[in-house]
Design a protein around this ligand. Structure first.
Ligand SMILES: C[S@@+](CC[C@H](N)C(=O)[O-])C[C@H]1O[C@@H](n2cnc3c(N)ncnc32)[C@H](O)[C@@H]1O
Ligand SMILES: [Zn+2]
Length: 282
């Protein structure tokens, strides 16, 4: 299923190495992941989330604030993959692996046999993901150009990660699905109100981004309140780009609240590939 990022020939595994017939080889890191990110594909030396962000995300997610999002993704995956055998699944932009690991558990509990890949461009994130499970194949790679044979994944999850529709189209099995979790207009409403003078509540439109290559199958909207202690507020501030734009005073004010109530609003969209070459349509 994996292909060489240099020459696109299939990769074969021998013990702790992946190699192709053109003698390109990739060693397994001691944590268990493979790094298939070519140097020229990196825009920076350390692409993706840095270690501080990764650790904050791990603490925040482990506290269970977003567990219902993970549960909803898992239920959708079970419904989609029920009674299928040996399915290939990819979590693209998996971060430190919270959703990936819980997906693996849920599918295993339902006897859905699968090979699950967790892919992220951040080495720090993938290193942290390795601690969550040894049964998932963790990869450092670019979601824009992934090291997989085309049209093989029965399910691709894209959770709070930038959507790369061309790559998703290439990866997705003709009868497969892509599940995208993205922020709704009022996601973290009170945080935006505290940070911005004129907060904008605009919905990110996953359907529009996907429409050339995918049919929209269904949307589930999750809308709930979380109550954060200052330590979790701090972690959330590390994780979210809004915080980078906030003043130290605003951050201090947010952190002084013993219990910060925040609205979480998430769209969970499911897509299936359009058949045929939609790009050739006039
Ligand atoms: C907001 S985080 C979400 C992580 C995880 N899905 C979660 O919700 O906890 C976005 C992730 O996408 C990764 N990322 C950014 N650009 C990427 C790319 N081109 N390919 C793969 N991963 C990428 C970042 O390193 C980061 O871990
Ligand atoms: Zn090769």
């Amino acid at each position: 299923m994996l292909i060489c990022p240099v020459c696109s020939e299939p990769l074969t595994r021998s013990d702790k190495q992946l190699f192709c017939e053109n003698k390109h080889s990739f060693d397994q890191a001691k944590q268990g992941y493979f790094n298939l990110l070519l140097n020229q594909a990196k825009k920076s030396k350390q692409p993706g989330d840095n270690n501080e962000m990764v650790q904050a995300r791990t603490r925040f997610l482990n506290a269970g604030h977003y567990q219902s999002i993970s549960d909803a993704i898992n239920q959708l995956a079970i419904d989609l993959l029920w009674q299928q055998e040996n399915v290939g699944i990819l979590d693209v932009g998996c971060g430190e692996g919270y959703y990936t690991q819980r997906l693996h558990e849920a599918l295993s509990d339902h006897q859905i046999q699968h090979t699950l890949f967790g892919l992220d461009i951040s080495r720090d994130a993938v290193k942290a993901a390795c601690k969550r499970s040894k049964d998932i194949q963790w990869l450092v790679a670019n979601g824009k150009k992934t090291p997989f044979e085309p049209n093989n994944m029965k399910l691709i999850t894209n959770v709070f990660n930038r959507i790369m529709p061309d790559s998703l189209k290439e990866l997705c099995h003709p009868e497969g699905h892509v599940v995208i979790a993205s922020a709704g207009a009022f996601h973290l409403q009170q945080l935006k109100e505290a940070i911005y003078d004129e907060p904008k509540f605009v919905e990110f439109d996953a359907i529009e981004v996907m429409k050339n290559d995918f049919k929209h199958v269904q949307r589930q909207q999750l809308d709930f309140i979380i109550k954060l202690k200052p330590s979790s507020t701090q972690d959330l501030l590390y994780m979210t780009p809004h915080a980078w734009r906030s003043s130290p005073e605003t951050q201090k004010q947010l952190l002084s609240q013993q219990q910060l109530e925040l609205r979480v609003q998430i769209n969970l969209d499911c897509f299936s590939p359009l058949q045929g070459d939609s790009h050739s349509a006039p």
